[in-house]
Design a protein around this ligand. Structure first.
Ligand SMILES: Cc1cc2nc3c(=O)[nH]c(=O)nc-3n(C[C@H](O)[C@H](O)[C@H](O)COP(=O)(O)OP(=O)(O)OC[C@H]3O[C@@H](n4cnc5c(N)ncnc54)[C@H](O)[C@@H]3O)c2cc1C
Length: 429
């Protein structure tokens, strides 16, 4: 199978191919003084820009590439429910009261995203349903408890337990042992949302600029200066919304938010394989190196995963993901891969969001750890609420204990590589 070659358009995601030509925005052209400067044009940054502009705050946002080049235009599109951890797991660490606050906040984030898309006429290809499934036997009790706890302790009655038979029926594979099905959430076309969001932010009066990379952040005279090769933004406040793409720009964020590559492959529409997720839900499995997959609105399988040893060659990545697809769905042994792409997921040590004032007046928000579709949109809005003096839920995230990765900037990647290799091996055992 390794010699199999696909007609892949290198680097073009199915999201890009299906959206077509994206509207272009200008690069920054000269220096500006604004109330708020934002670095990074994903969901976090653009939501903050939109909400600030709407509230009458002068705001300029710069994006190093095109809007959607980061995780927001490339992700698996699964909205999920709650935080990255199940609420009962969070409870162990921060207690029921705080866990419930974070759960409710995520429900607000879900509502916010639906309301935002609805209000602005953004068709984000929403499809309902999400399933979490166990790749190992013996976990029925935990999954059953998850559904019960969600209903009884968190007021969320939309999750049901699936035994092995129901799991096999709903996924169309016998590769999993049990799971839970959540009908209170779903999945989206992430780039359609992003393109709509950029338009809405621009229409609201935010200055949004593409192809403008921040090269330094410095402070003098009570102001913050964001340097770019095309001029300087001089601001009262700055939002660092670069998530996993921070590079060397700001050391505190870089020490706490680590990029991990994740890859997705798309097949042609699977009209001949109606048994593959017949209900159209999204799926995430229990592997440490999570496999996540779903059908698109036009019936393609979008299958995400990560090979620890993955090379940078798209054909190798396509082959690696194709092996995972065939292992899950043997009937797809001859299926083509039409598109394959990757992106950086920003993770933190405890896999909880990173919200911190990293310099006076400079806030960094990111590290949603693979759970940022709802949360990043909401955090951008909450940041705007904070700036405009409204009550904000952002404090609950800022209060989370997020330590830096061990090993410093040079050693942490090899250390993570070793850890991932070990966990990937454990997933296979
Ligand atoms: C392959 C993949 C699959 C995922 N699947 C899911 C999923 O199914 N569900 C889920 O909830 N989450 C998922 N995520 C995570 C989710 O996409 C992110 O949490 C979310 O998009 C983060 O948005 P953001 O705006 O904070 O960051 P991003 O969208 O990454 O935006 C950051 C932007 O900052 C820009 N930037 C960086 N440095 C500079 C600079 N110096 N100057 C100017 N601009 C700069 C980058 O170019 C980038 O566009 C996935 C991520 C990936 C990569």
């Amino acid at each position: 199978m390794d010699s199999w070659q696909s007609p892949i358009a290198p680097g073009i995601s199915w999201y890009q191919a299906s959206v077509g030509e994206r509207p272009a925005y200008p690069a920054l052209d000269g220096s500006r003084t604004v109330d708020v400067a934002i670095i990074g044009g994903g969901y976090t940054g653009l939501q903050a820009a939109y909400n600030l502009a709407k509230a009458g705050v002068s705001v300029a946002l710069i994006e190093a590439g095109r809007f959607g080049d980061g995780a927001s235009g490339r992700n698996g599109g699964q909205m999920g429910t709650g935080q990255r951890w199940w609420p009962e797991e969070l409870e162990q660490e921060i207690g029921y009261e705080r866990s419930k606050i974070l759960f409710d906040m995520a429900e607000n984030a879900k509502r916010h995203l639906h309301d935002f898309a609805g209000t602005h006429g953004i068709d984000m290809d929403y499809m309902p349903g999400q399933m979490n499934v166990s790749h190992k036997p013996g976990h029925d009790k935990d999954y059953r408890a998850n559904a019960e706890i969600a209903a009884e302790r968190y007021g969320y009655p939309h999750i049901t337990f699936m035994d092995a038979r129901e799991t096999a029926e709903r996924l169309g594979t016998t590769g999993y042992y049990c799971g839970v099905r959540d009908v209170g959430t779903g999945h989206i076309h992430p780039l359609k949302l992003l393109v709509g969001l950029a338009r809405v932010a621009s229409d609201a009066g935010a200055g949004i600029f593409e192809m403008t990379k921040a090269t330094a952040i410095r402070q003098a005279g009570g102001k913050t200066m964001v340097e770019t090769p095309r001029g300087t933004l001089i601001a009262e406040r700055v939002l660092v919304a670069t998530n996993a793409y921070i590079g060397d720009l700001e050391p505190v964020t870089a020490a706490h938010v680590m990029p991990i590559g994740s890859f997705i492959a798309a097949t042609p529409p699977l009209d001949d394989f109606p048994h593959v997720i017949p209900g159209g839900e999204a799926v995430a499995d229990s592997r440490f190196v999570v496999r996540y997959f779903r059908k698109s609105r036009d019936n393609r399988l979008l299958f995400g995963g990560r090979e620890v040893y993955s090379s940078r060659d798209p054909a190798d990545t396509a082959n690696a993901i194709r092996r995972q697809i065939v292992a899950t769905y043997p009937a797809l042994k001859d299926v083509e891969i039409t598109h394959v792409w990757g992106g950086n997921v920003g993770i933190t040590m405890p896999r909880q969001p990173f919200v911190r004032e990293v310099m006076p007046g400079v806030t960094s928000i990111g590290g949603y750890s693979g759970h940022g579709v709802m949360l990043s949109n909401y955090c951008g809005k909450l940041y705007a609420d904070m700036v405009t003096g409204k009550a904000t839920d952002l404090d609950h995230l800022a209060a989370l204990k997020i330590p830096a990765f061990p090993g410093g900037r040079h050693m942490r990647t090899p250390l993570l590589f070793l850890a991932l290799t070990w966990f990937a091996l454990r997933d296979r055992l």
